[in-house]
Every structure is written in C-alpha cells, then in structure tokens.
Design a protein around this ligand. Structure first.
Ligand SMILES: [Fe+2]
Length: 445
C-alpha cells in the first residue's frame, strides 16, 4: 500500500487527514490477496459444470513470451464464487507449436486461488520471437479451449509489417459485438482495447441485452459484470485467437471519474477508493495482464510499453487514475478559464515523464499512443458558440499543448494517437495550434 502517495494527494484535494487515516484502517481490514494462497491445494478438483466457460486469453506480447490467461468458473453469473469451491486449485498449462499439441515446448502449473477469483495469469518466457503458439489449461479432468497467441518480433528486427485492430466502448446493452467476428477474419498480430470494456450501470429494460443487477460496486458485482461480458461468444473468441493489449477508461470503474474524485457529489474518498479497489482487482482478474500490473489496493499501474521490433512502439496510457479533477467540470464548455490551469494534468507527472523519456529513447518508425480520450480539439458547439468536452484532452489544455509541442520540438517519429471513448470513428490531424490551419502537423489521431 503506497500510503505516502495518498496522503500527498489528499492534501491537494483538501481531504482531511483524519478521513484518510480512517480510509487506511478500513482498507487494511479488507482481505486482499497479494498472491499468497492459504489452504491445501486441490490437485484433482471436481466441478459442477465445465470450469473453463470464460475461455482463454493472452496478452502483453514480448519477444520471448506472452501472458496466458484463464479463470475457473462453472457458473460465471453466480454472484460470488462463480460456482467454484473457495479453495486453492491446481491448474496445469501447456504451450505447443501446433494446434494438436504434438510439439509441446513448455508446460507447468499454477495455483488458482479464491482471493483472485480463481484467475490464472502465466507469464511465459523463453519462447521464440515473432511466431504463433497454441496453449491450453487443465484442471482435474477438464481441459480448456485451445488458445492461439503470437510473440513479438525481436527488439532489433525491422518487421516488414504488422497488423492490429483496436476497440473500445463495448456496451453490452446497446449492441452486439459484431466487430469481433470481422477481426477474426483478419490476420492480426494484436488487438488493442482502449477502455470501457464493461459499463458499470444498472440493467435497463428494452435494450438488446440487459446488465444483471444494479450499478456495480462490490468486488463480486464487478466480477459478475465481467463474466456477463466475457460470456459473449464473439468477445471470448477474439480473446482466444489473438494476443491483446488492454487499458481501461472510466466505465471499468465509474463514469467520468478523475483519480479519487467521483462525478457525483457527496461521495467520500474512503467509499470511492474502496470501490475503486474492487473495480481494479476485478479488471486484473479478468484481463491477460502481467504481474507488473498487479493491483496494490486502489492503485494499479497499467501504463506500459509494448515494442514490435523497430517498426512500432506502443505506449499504453492511463488517463484516468492520475488525472487531476476536470478543471472545468466534465461537460462541454468553451475552452476558457480553468482549462488553462497549469497545475491540471491528465497523465500525472510520473506517467508524463515516463512517456516522454520513452519516446525520446524510441528508435521505432511508428510511435503509437494507446489511450482513452480525444486529443484533438473537437468543437461540438453550434452557432451560439464553441464547446469542447472537458473530460477529454482539451479540458486539460496545458497538458495537451505540452505533449504536442514535445512531439514537434523533439522530432518524435510518426506519433499516432489511438483513441477510444467517443463512440464514433474520427481521423484527426494533430496540430500545434488547432486554430491556425497553417500550424505544423505534429501527429495523427
Ligand atoms: Fe465509452
């Protein structure tokens, strides 16, 4: 638990110190696994139904390995437990060069514990670069579906090409996930998820599908919601056949949140952070993430790099966890006043430094930011005046200008910004000064 960080943040948000001490006392009372598993490991479990109903996944490819993932769940929609006995269970895994598993190159086992919802994250290493592998899991006499994944090219290699797809904002209630069958027909190296993997809202009638239950807050409710989404066959299949690189936006936790500030008034930081801890833990449990992203209470470090040889560097960003409160609120407003607050930040100082340092060192042809909200200044106004979304980069105009100026002055090679959140397709020129058509073009969104 990084106590010092929180006490620093509390000062800047004017949260009384005593509230934070209360919060810390409360958090320490919440049982949370740091990977330690207690109890005898069941090596020959029996299940009431097929335990690999949530499928398999892989992610965070590197030249010598990927993370392979599964989660035991016989009854994934059951609130609490997913139909699995609350005991540590032995899960074996195998990696093969062929789909029939006649050329197994690695195998091993992990203990899936109830503390992490019987999720399994295996970080493979020692594999060949830039090749397809197949993997599967065993628990008792049950065998998982066969997953397919691909390692990244070696660091110093210039691949001729790569192909990736990106996705975001998959709201179960408002439509079917028809994009995924299209992806499956493509020869993709990577699928990137830019956030809003789930929506936290209560179920609403008369939509194509309906969320189970009320707005989610507890760990079991977040787990149930992820299970409901991952039960979608098209989504599950896309996880089975491609490695994914994931980041979140706001709805994995709470709409338009900023760091420890809720969009709703009157929510105490204690309650908000306790809920954030539930949300982040469930996210980790369900995603093919490396242990470097393991949640520490209500903190979870998700920003990271993924290199695709000398062709592309992906900088995966988190514009939610470290941002200061939307300086001008989170609705659409003219770009005036507090949007020019120099202390406002959408990345936080540490992540911004990490990003700029990484981009300066990058020798890749393409430098890709995988992130959440629109960076271009997009005027959504009308004849009455200009209006910009204050929840997006223009709401943090000084952060936005600093990054674009950095692209320009440090001559960063081919910056490309991938953006989720907006539920539309856009292609934007990123210019130093968006009000001047002759202003230098510094990137593409
Ligand atoms: Fe969204």
């Amino acid at each position: 638990m990084r106590v010092t960080n929180y006490s620093k943040k509390s000062a800047s948000y004017g949260v009384p110190r005593r509230q934070f001490l209360n919060y810390m006392a409360m958090v320490s009372a919440i049982p949370f696994s740091s990977g330690h598993l207690h109890g005898k490991v069941n090596t020959s479990p029996k299940f009431s139904a097929y335990p690999f109903s949530l499928g398999v996944a892989s992610g965070d490819p590197e030249p010598d390995g990927v993370v392979i993932w599964t989660k035991l769940a016989s009854d994934p929609l059951e609130l609490g437990g997913s139909g699995i006995d609350p005991e540590p269970i032995l899960v074996k895994w195998e990696v093969s060069e062929d789909e029939a598993f006649t050329k197994v190159v690695q195998q091993g086992s992990e203990v899936a514990g109830p503390q992490l919802g019987h999720s399994v994250h295996v970080e493979l290493s020692g594999l060949d670069s830039h090749r397809w592998y197949f993997f599967r899991f065993h628990a008792g006499s049950e065998v998982s579906p066969v997953g397919r994944t691909r390692t990244a090219p070696a660091m110093d290699v210039m691949p001729e090409k790569m192909k990736f797809a990106f996705t975001s904002c998959q709201h179960l209630e408002t439509g079917y996930f028809n994009g995924y069958p299209h992806m499956q027909k493509e020869d993709l190296d990577l699928v990137i998820h830019l956030g809003d993997y789930i929506y936290e809202y209560a179920g609403i009638d008369k939509r194509v599908r309906k969320h189970i239950g009320k707005e989610i807050e507890s760990l079991d409710e977040y787990r149930q919601r992820y299970s409901q989404y991952r039960f979608d066959e098209d989504l599950q299949e896309a996880h089975r056949v491609f490695p994914w690189l994931v980041t979140w936006d706001d709805h994995e936790f709470d709409n338009n949140y900023a760091n420890l500030i809720s969009e709703e008034e009157g929510i105490s930081p204690e309650a908000f952070l306790a809920r954030r801890m539930n949300a982040y833990q469930a996210y980790y449990e369900y995603m093919p993430l490396r242990k470097r992203s393991f949640p520490q209470g209500p903190d979870m470090k998700l920003y990271r790099k993924c290199r695709y040889g000398r062709l592309a560097n992906f900088f995966v960003l988190d514009t939610r966890q470290y941002r200061t409160d939307q300086p001008n609120g989170d609705r659409q407003k003219p770009m005036t006043g507090k949007v020019f607050d120099p202390s406002a930040t959408i990345l936080g100082r540490e992540q911004e430094n990490w990003l700029m340092t990484g981009m300066l060192k990058s020798d890749a042809t393409w430098n890709v930011l995988a992130q959440q909200v629109m960076m271009a200044a997009l005027n959504r106004g009308d004849e009455k005046g200009e209006r910009y979304s204050m929840d997006q980069w223009p709401g943090y105009e000084i952060s936005r200008r600093r990054l674009l100026r950095f692209f320009h002055e440090r001559k960063i090679a081919n910056p490309v910004v991938l953006t989720g959140d907006i539920h539309l397709n856009w292609v934007n020129d990123l210019q130093l000064d968006f009000k001047d058509p002759k202003s230098p073009l510094v990137g593409t969104e």
